[in-house]
Design a protein around this ligand. Sequence first.
Ligand code: AMP
Length: 538
Amino acid sequence: MDGTMMDFPLTLTPMLERAGKLFPEVEIVTRLPDKSLHRHSFVDFHRRATQLASALEAAGLKRGERVATIMWNSYAHLEIYFGVPCSGGVLHTLNFRLHENDIAFIANHAEDRFLIVDDVLLPIYEKIKDKVSFERVFVVPLSGAPIPDGLENYEDFLASGPDGYSFPELDENAACGMCYTSGTTGKPKGVAYSHRAMVLHTFCAGLPDIVGLSQCDVVLPVVPMFHANAWGLAYLAVMVGSKIAFPGPHMDADSLLELCEAEQVTLAAGVPTIWIGILQALENDASRWKLHPDFRTVVGGSALPESMIRDFDKHGITTIHAWGMTELTPLGTLSRLKRGMEGMSEDARYDVRAKQGMPVPYVEARVVDDNGEAPWDGKSMGEFQVRGPWVAANYYNSEEGQDKWTDDGWFGTGDVVTMDAEGYVKITDRTKDLIKSGGEWISSVDLENALMGHASVREAAVIAVAHEKWTERPLAVIVAAEGADVNAASLNDFLSQNFAKWWLPDAYEVVEEIPRTSTGKFLKTALREKFADRYAGQ
Ligand code: AMP
């Protein structure tokens, strides 16, 4: 008798099975493209996820093979979130906001075997289809539009799954899902999540002092399901049995507020850009919507400004600031006041709430500067490094980028932070040369390289400038070629051949020369300081 507990693998399957059995009547509501509401319940969700797993097995999907999605947040995406991994496959959610070349690169790099795509997103599939090689493509009839020849109806595929299916036993360390991040320099990098990491992450997220969710809640994941597992909310809702409201393609502030009112949402999560829109709508006329009195929000992906926390408080809505990364499944830190802090001055409390917060349980953190580990004094700045059971150990099949992991087993986030004596992290800068606009990354290096290929440009440095709506937007600082006229419109025309429209700089600044560091690199800190207010009021 030398054992302790049963060796019970931490996989997603028990989460799904339990939800189907214990919460059969809990609703899952989805805003369809025509704005009507699709409703079904956990019993339907459980049945359809099981049917999907059965159909995938019958279609020959083998353990570890990838199934990609190009989908909005919906009931179908939720069943795929479980049906694929519980069958032994790997769910690969594609970020369809990326440029078509990047989407194709990512699908090819991951060797995705099947694709499931919303009918309303078929124009994106059309753009990539000649660059990728999915064996089969299943179309979710979200709008009910006719399905083009050569593609299959997802509903027919689901129905084809033989009855009597039972889920296979899986290794908890096997991959359940994958996301690619473009939050690095170079090509996007894949992160493969294990079942074990996902289960532990879900337990952690559910704690009352972390995201905190109960079966009495109604949760609205505004954060796309293609972004870092919708921050864990979909799995969390299923684990605890809370009602879910999915926005489908309707992501504007009015639609989200309507859904919050109609379904009496108690918890929603998304990037600051979404909340800025919602705040504006509330400031215009808060009486238009009768929100649930306990409505609260988790905001992350970019810094949540203190002013927004204050403004939402005025509307009786609590915003909780969280920090995470694709490489962390994604939850890393979250800011809630500790016991005793209610007694601090109002300003001091807001200061704490606006920080990125304390590391969540099992995410160990340190701050490292040139001299080694920096003290937690709220002043010493260094790179934020983490380790833990849901921190990636490497990038999937990539030589590049592996230098983010230190020899002693920590992951370097590329965020520059201070940590105070209480353990609250505050991001002060970023070492990655990237811009985060509305929750999506823009590579300044890629834009610079492209701009320097234009005849009128001698040198180009692209920097992130604070922007009220998008958090950051790119600004291009240009040294013109001898005798050339720099024309913003024609430069943007030139860039748009290779970049998505939302990547294009909002403005160009022509300078005589770009300041450099001692090693000859662009001194971007100086540029960021100089043009800090360039987008003020825009
Ligand atoms: P992603 O992998 O796309 O989720 O991006 C992760 C990165 O987004 C982090 O390394 C940060 O640079 C940034 N980020 C995420 N959450 C926050 C936050 N609350 N405040 C500031 N930056 C954030």
